[in-house]
Design a protein around this ligand. Structure first.
Ligand SMILES: Nc1nc2c(c(=O)[nH]1)N[C@H]1C(S)=C(S)[C@@H](COP(=O)(O)OP(=O)(O)OC[C@H]3O[C@@H](n4cnc5c(N)ncnc54)[C@H](O)[C@@H]3O)O[C@H]1N2
Ligand code: MOO
Length: 392
């Protein structure tokens, strides 16, 4: 069995290089920038007023000024400044060369055409040309575009950007016991839940997931499902990964020529994880236990989907203080479902008592996975441990 870190490295190596596609800005939030975006404009394009008031020249401060024009946003003044003059100006309007101050109107008194600055501000209240960004400035690729990025790209006059194509992820649940939510379970049947969760994690990571019909526990059914997935970038199977007579995923994958990257890792839950490539398509075989499937999707599928879009690999590992003692660990890295509360210096973390890998009700209450390395000795309350935040 290989370590979690080793497995993660091998999973990330399955990612093909991302491909770009051009999208309109209103579709670009949350996507990964694939090519550098290069500004077509300088912003602001002219020295611009930061307040509603009057533009004047600093040298004329202290004397009455004659108001000789007006500059509003979208309607620049075209006259010529002269000494002893001012113009009415509004926020966002161009400040004509020749004036170097804008006084807010609250600090002035106006009498006909004549203006007195009653209380000169310390600052100029002028945003100089290019103080935000300049033509040719770049936003580098390999980042998820935020709402602020979209606004910046718009300001740069870029109506479209090249983002990484969303990886197509086929999600395949298998098992004769599985039926869809809403159906009536017969004896021995349960509701298929894992594929919905895995697809949700895939979508949140930027993929375009497709949930395939549930495969039955026959080689033919599984082969048929693999065939449906062949135009995907990644096939994620759930269940049938262990050693039972009906666990056929590995067998079918091998028969279809899977180049296996690994099978089984020193991790709890998630031991029977499988990874590899079939005809250029990446494949992850998740264990069927619901918590195992969701934890493995979080730890391995999510970073793989991010790598497929050109994002750097990052494991969001943080530190917290234990609220209770923990027993020594065995030979697998253990990811315990846990709850976080605010603490003095670090958050306080409490692992749930019940850690069976079938318990969705416990996972749903958890906001963290408390990480225990293989052979970690017993821990006391108050000791610092590592955790990974869940689902946010
Ligand atoms: N003799 C051994 N038995 C098992 C071992 C082992 O090492 N030796 N490992 C155990 C571990 S650890 C895990 S994890 C499971 C994984 O087994 P599979 O990947 O073959 O999963 P299944 O047997 O298909 O299912 C396990 C469990 O999960 C339920 N399930 C499966 N798919 C779904 C789904 N889409 N939605 C909801 N629930 C699902 C399934 O009904 C089973 O209850 O193997 C252990 N056994
Ligand atoms: O690896 Mo299994 O996931 O421990 O239940």
């Amino acid at each position: 069995m290989i370590s979690v870190n080793e497995a993660l490295g091998r999973v990330l190596a399955l990612a093909n290089p991302p491909e770009g596609e051009s999208v309109a800005l209103d579709q670009a939030a949350g996507r990964v920038l694939h090519e550098a975006a290069i500004s077509r404009l300088t912003q602001p394009p002219f020295d611009s007023a930061a307040m509603d008031g009057y533009a004047y020249h600093h040298a004329d401060q202290g004397q009455p000024l004659r108001v000789i024009g007006e500059s509003a946003a979208g309607h620049p003044w075209t006259g010529t400044p002269a000494s002893g003059t001012a113009i009415r100006i509004f926020t966002g309007a161009a400040v004509p060369p020749g004036y170097d101050r804008v006084e807010m109107q609250e600090n002035t008194r106006r009498d006909g055409d004549m203006l007195t600055i009653t209380e000169p501000s310390a600052g100029a209240h002028i945003r100089s040309r290019g103080c935000d960004f300049s033509e040719g400035d770049r936003i580098e690729p390999g980042r998820v575009l935020s709402a602020a990025d979209i606004a910046l790209l718009a300001g740069m006059n870029l109506p479209q950007v090249t983002v990484a194509r969303r990886p197509k992820v086929a999600v395949l649940a298998g098992g004769d016991e599985l039926i869809r939510p809403g159906e009536n379970p017969a004896a021995g049947q349960i509701i298929c839940s894992n594929d919905l969760a895995v697809a949700a994690i895939a979508r949140a990571a930027g993929a375009e997931p497709e949930i395939l019909p549930i495969a039955r526990d026959t080689e033919d059914s599984i082969r048929e499902s693999f065939d449906r997935a062949k135009t995907s970038d990644l096939l994620v199977t759930i269940g049938g990964a262990s050693v039972g007579d009906h666990d056929l995923i590995g067998k079918v994958a091998s028969a279809l020529g899977m180049e296996r990257s690994f099978y089984k890792i020193a991790m709890r839950p998630g031991k029977p994880l499988m990874a590899g490539k079939i005809s250029g398509m990446a494949m992850l075989g998740l264990p069927g236990n619901p918590v195992s499937a969701i934890v493995c999707a979080t730890l391995f599928m999510r970073p793989l989907i991010q790598a497929m879009q050109g994002l750097p690999a990052q494991r969001p590992i943080r530190r917290a203080r234990l609220t209770h003692p923990l027993p020594p660990e065995g030979d697998r890295e253990h990811y315990l479902r846990a709850q976080l509360l605010p603490g003095d210096d670090l958050p306080a973390i409490t692992a749930f008592d019940r850690q069976d890998s079938s318990l969705l009700s416990v996972l749903s209450k958890a906001d963290a996975l408390l990480i225990r390395p293989p052979h970690d000795p017993a821990r006391k309350a108050g000791e610092i441990v590592e955790y990974m935040p869940l689902f946010h």
